[in-house]
Design a protein around this ligand. Structure first.
Ligand SMILES: NC(=O)c1ccc[n+]([C@@H]2O[C@H](COP(=O)([O-])OP(=O)(O)OC[C@H]3O[C@@H](n4cnc5c(N)ncnc54)[C@H](O)[C@@H]3O)[C@@H](O)[C@H]2O)c1
Ligand SMILES: O=P(O)(O)OC[C@@H](O)[C@@H](O)[C@H](O)[C@H](O)CO
Length: 471
């Protein structure tokens, strides 16, 4: 069977208007797919030139397919079942700056390029003290971006609207801060720094769409249905939300909402972020260790399991929603929509995929809620402490773990003395940036939950759901 190529579609190409750092599943299933929707409605007439942020990437594979790939949307949206396959043609080309640095810098020449969008994973937005402008290219993503912006400034051209999608808090501010740090360290001058601040807009943004990526489990069936081979197919849920903190003019520059996409341009994205990180990512992170310890494999398995779906319900209703400072009715409706998305029968979202870096995820997604709950109710949230005990059990290392070496080493050492593992882990400041052993009752509660877990994750969960251990 032939590889996907331009003969399989009406390959309408548009001028490059967006520079996109990152060519991963998420960008292809989220950003480029949205550019395509705008183009189809005649609202944008633009394409993306993609820059590989690291030397290894998908540039060559995309080139072999004439920069085309298929987005498969599978799920239920507004009570409608959606199973669609669409060839996306909004990636115009991919530049690998490690092979062709000049073409990368030449992007600065093009006045039609006015928007920069990135997703380089949470690891991508970082300052590397030994990065250098004489590296061709600079190693880090912000270093590469600084080099491009410096070239644009030298050419006395207009700046960019820069929208990072990395899932880190205040991502636009963080990226700007690092670019300014490089500008300072590399001696790029006060005029450049002023131009950076006044002529460029760094927008914070929040993305939401579950994109599990290549549908390995049904690739054969899909290929025979589609009639071509596509190594870059991306499976995603139909739901999407993109909240961008930026000027109102962005709605014209990128008319996403006009194209009917669920994109919000606002001057304060905080409530959207709180809601999503705590009510969607939080339950994901809570279900992972307990679910895996009980032998479940996917988010759907969790939602179809009587005990575990009750766990998710109760966690959301009793331990998360009451401590979020947002309108409760809106939170309830968001929680219901998240549960529907978790139940998506067409998407196989592996718990092991979510398990990556679970400790930092617990810290960002659940710990602030646990602390607030304790402050407000003067007791601890029982399901969250069980999830925390599950995390500690999980990090004993009986399962393959993916986390920072420092985190893995700290747990390995603490588990050498099981009787003190909880205080040892909680008092480790480098893990939590605070001394969790000082939180009233937490050590005792989690130690009790660890003992419960010795009977098995499901049995422990059932005990907690019956309210027995804290009655
Ligand atoms: N997949 C999802 O459901 C989903 C949903 C929302 C947000 N996200 C976020 O998107 C990110 C990417 O997910 P994905 O599914 O596209 O992954 P992916 O592995 O398909 O793509 C990763 C991309 O990041 C780049 N990258 C990796 N390490 C880097 C580094 N150290 N520096 C610079 N660039 C680097 C790669 O070149 C690639 O372009 C994740 O961090 C995730 O938090 C994913
Ligand atoms: O992507 P991660 O690994 O940071 O987190 C795992 C999931 O919680 C996450 O991918 C969600 O599915 C996504 O954030 C939904 O928009």
């Amino acid at each position: 069977m032939k590889k996907l190529n331009k003969q399989h579609t009406v390959d309408q190409r548009y001028p490059e208007k967006v520079i996109q750092f990152g060519e991963g599943n998420f960008m292809r299933g989220f950003v480029d797919w949205q550019l395509q929707q705008m183009n189809q409605q005649g609202l944008f007439q633009g394409s993306a030139v993609v820059v590989q942020p690291i030397a290894q990437g998908l540039g060559e594979m995309l080139a072999e397919q004439d920069y085309l790939y298929t987005v498969l949307l599978d799920g239920i949206l507004n009570d409608q079942v959606i199973n669609s396959a669409e060839i996306v043609s909004t990636v115009n080309r991919v530049i690998n700056p490690y092979d062709d640095y000049q073409s990368y810098l030449d992007l600065a020449l093009d006045d039609q390029l006015s928007v920069i969008i990135s997703n380089t994973t949470e690891a991508g937005i970082q300052f590397l003290a030994d990065d250098s402008l004489s590296n061709q290219p600079p190693t880090s993503f912000p270093g590469k971006l600084t080099a491009l912006l410096a070239r644009r400034f030298d050419l006395k051209k207009a700046g960019f609207t820069i929208i990072p999608c990395e899932l880190i808090d205040r991502n636009g501010e963080k990226l700007k801060e690092i670019v300014l740090q490089y500008a300072e360290q590399w001696g790029l001058g006060a005029d450049f720094r002023t131009w950076l601040q006044t002529e460029n807009t760094f927008c914070c943004s929040l993305v939401d769409r579950i994109v599990p990526g290549y549908p390995r489990e049904d690739q054969e069936e899909l290929q025979s249905r589609l009639g071509y081979r596509d190594q870059l197919m991306v499976k995603a849920e139909p739901f999407l939300l993109w909240v961008i903190e930026g000027p109102a003019s962005l709605k014209d520059q990128l008319p996403l909402a006009k194209a009917g996409l669920n994109v919000v341009v606002t001057d304060d994205m905080t409530p959207y972020r709180e809601r999503k990180v705590h009510l969607l990512n939080g339950p994901h992170t809570a279900m992972v260790p307990l679910g895996l310890l009980a032998g479940l494999e996917t988010v759907e398995d969790v939602m179809l399991d009587e005990d575990f779906s009750q766990f998710v319900d109760q966690l959301m209703a009793e331990e998360i929603i009451p401590v979020l400072d947002l309108p409760q009715s809106e939170l309830i409706s968001y929680a219901n929509s998240v549960k529907e998305r978790f139940k998506n029968p067409f998407i196989r979202h592996e718990l092991t995929a979510i398990a990556l870096n679970s400790l930092s995820k617990f810290k960002a997604r659940l710990l602030p809620l646990l602390v607030n709950y304790q402050k407000q109710q003067h007791t601890l949230p029982p399901l969250m402490t069980l999830a925390l005990a599950g995390l500690i059990t999980f990090y004993r290392g009986d399962y393959p773990l993916q986390d920072d070496q420092h985190v893995l080493d700290t747990f390995a050492e603490a588990w050498q003395r099981p009787e003190t593992v909880v205080p040892a882990i909680f008092s480790n400041h480098s893990l939590w940036e605070q001394d969790l052993s000082q939180l009233p009752g937490l050590v005792e509660a989690v130690e009790a939950d660890l003992s419960l877990l010795e009977k098995g994750s499901r049995a422990a969960l059932q005990t907690k759901l019956r309210g027995e251990s804290y009655a």
